[in-house]
Design a protein around this ligand. Structure first.
Ligand SMILES: Cc1cc2nc3c(=O)[nH]c(=O)nc-3n(C[C@H](O)[C@H](O)[C@H](O)COP(=O)(O)OP(=O)(O)OC[C@H]3O[C@@H](n4cnc5c(N)ncnc54)[C@H](O)[C@@H]3O)c2cc1C
Length: 442
């Protein structure tokens, strides 16, 4: 049996970064990364591949690069045995000093009458799978997307912009799009933009099943039926944690691998990182869904650092994300209106409208909208942002880091941010600071 200092199962952002960081931090360690697929696509940019903005071959996930810093084995790990510090593929037994499980996510599937009909697709990150979905979209006229979360509306936006003459329907069981993270004013703007692009959004409609011969023809909801030649199901992700579970490692009630703040699992010398683990909110310590490449990439680094003993603590996650709808970016950080109300938090929301460049006469200067959420005592807990500029990202990022630093309104008001006419808000109307001043004014 060959034994490595560090074995990593899974080559997504968590596993990739773990392998890279182990090599950079501990160059003497022998590292093996095992991934069960050789060629896959970068998931985040699949909507842009579907829309024809990025060629399929330019969106290939760079798994090969792992070879620059670790040994790469394309194989499926079928069992782990923490008691003997070993794992198994169908043909090999491999030993480890430290094991990092980074087995990622699986799409949540529907188990409804007719759900095995042809023409019903789930997210598939293989190059072949993305190619097939793209061809199906090109050939279909009546397309139904199930679920109106971040990924689904990103797809609906790109498909409706890229292809004319399609009847696109998004069916959502709740009364919100984008997982309800945006307040009414932001959400209705997104919905209106999608409508203007010809996307029909049906909220509060639960799918009961599908009808067709061999191929789907109709989506049946509690309210009626939708003629559909193609169905794309986006109802969320599940942790891929079977390997851990079968190896006797503790998982929570939803199947996420339980880890301590050093990303150590319940088994000796086994760490875990990325979408397969349970994450805690830095705001209130609750377990939250954080199935994002950004979080996985960070987890991979933390796990790598901790292969040589507990060094770096995962203090928790501030939820944050972005999407693009109707040519605008919409982002959020922390806890926003619906969540705060649902949790019975007392909060104040302050909105500021500014521009993403200055002066207003500068070509390409566009409106930028910010809404910040503070607790009654002035602690920043959330924010929503929208605008045409990629600078929306920097507001999401700054707000997330301020929330992480548990900053209060007076500290946000005193924040220093850079200014440059073509790429930032004007120094006289800096949105985060202005929102904080509004809070302080009462
Ligand atoms: C369409 C789409 C858009 C997205 N957009 C964004 C975005 O804009 N921003 C963002 O932050 N996130 C986004 N995400 C989420 C992001 O892609 C995931 O959070 C990220 O891929 C998770 O990384 P991971 O390393 O934890 O797991 P994964 O990427 O799932 O990697 C796990 C790997 O382990 C392999 N594996 C599993 N079991 C075994 C085994 N037994 N043996 C060997 N190998 C195994 C899997 O095949 C896989 O390659 C998006 C996802 C999708 C689908």
């Amino acid at each position: 049996m060959e034994t490595y200092d560090v074995v990593i199962v899974g080559g997504g952002p968590a596993g990739f970064n773990a392998a890279k960081s182990v090599r950079e931090l501990y160059p003497d360690k022998r590292v093996l990364l095992i991934n069960d697929r050789e060629e896959l696509q970068i998931p985040c940019s699949i909507p842009y591949v579907i829309a024809g903005k990025v060629p399929l071959e330019k969106n290939v996930y760079p798994l090969e690069k792992v070879k620059e810093f670790a040994e790469l084995l394309i194989d499926r790990v079928v069992g782990i045995e923490p008691a003997t510090a070993s794992l198994f593929t169908p043909t090999k037994k491999i030993g480890y000093e430290k094991l990092i499980l980074a087995t990622g996510w699986l799409p949540r599937r529907l188990n409804l009458p007719g759900s095995s009909l042809n023409g019903i697709y789930y997210i598939d990150t293989s190059t072949e799978g993305v190619k097939r979905i793209k061809e199906e979209i090109e050939g279909a006229t009546k397309i139904t997307l199930i679920g109106a979360g971040f990924i689904s509306i990103g797809f609906a936006d790109q498909i409706s912009k890229a292809y004319g003459g399609k009847e696109i329907t998004v069916v959502e069981a709740s009364e919100h799009v984008a997982s309800g993270v945006f307040s009414e004013e932001f959400e209705s703007e997104m919905v209106e933009s999608l409508k203007a692009q010809g996307v029909r959004i049906l909220k509060r409609q639960r799918v009961k099943g599908f009808e067709g011969d061999r191929r789907v023809k109709r989506v049946i909801t509690e309210e009626g039926e939708i003629e559909s030649e193609l169905v794309l199901v986006f109802i969320g992700f599940l942790p891929n944690s079977r390997l851990a579970l079968e190896g006797g490692i503790k998982t929570d009630s939803r199947g996420f691998i339980e880890v301590d703040s050093f990303l150590r699992t319940s088994a000796d010398n086994v760490l875990a990182a990325g979408n397969c683990i349970a994450h805690k909110s830095l705001i209130d310590g609750k377990t939250i869904p954080a199935m994002l490449a950004s979080v996985s990439a960070r987890d991979g680094r933390i796990a790598a650092l901790n292969t040589s003993g507990p060094q770096v603590k995962d203090e928790g996650v501030v939820p944050a994300g972005l999407t693009e709808v109707g040519g605008k970016f919409y982002g959020f950080a922390g806890y926003t209106e619906k969540l705060l109300k649902g949790d019975g938090f007392k909060f104040k929301a302050l909105s500021v409208s500014t521009t993403d460049a200055y002066p207003g006469a500068l070509p390409g200067c566009n409106p930028l909208k910010v809404k910040l959420y503070f607790t009654e005592r002035g602690l920043l807990v959330g924010g929503e942002f929208s605008g045409k500029s990629r600078g929306v990202w920097s507001l999401v990022e700054t707000a997330a880091r301020l929330i992480e630093g548990r900053k209060k309104a007076w500290e946000v008001a005193a924040l220093l941010t850079t200014a440059f006419p073509p790429s930032t808000p004007p120094p006289l109307l800096q949105p985060l600071q202005e929102a904080a001043v509004k809070f302080l004014k009462g």
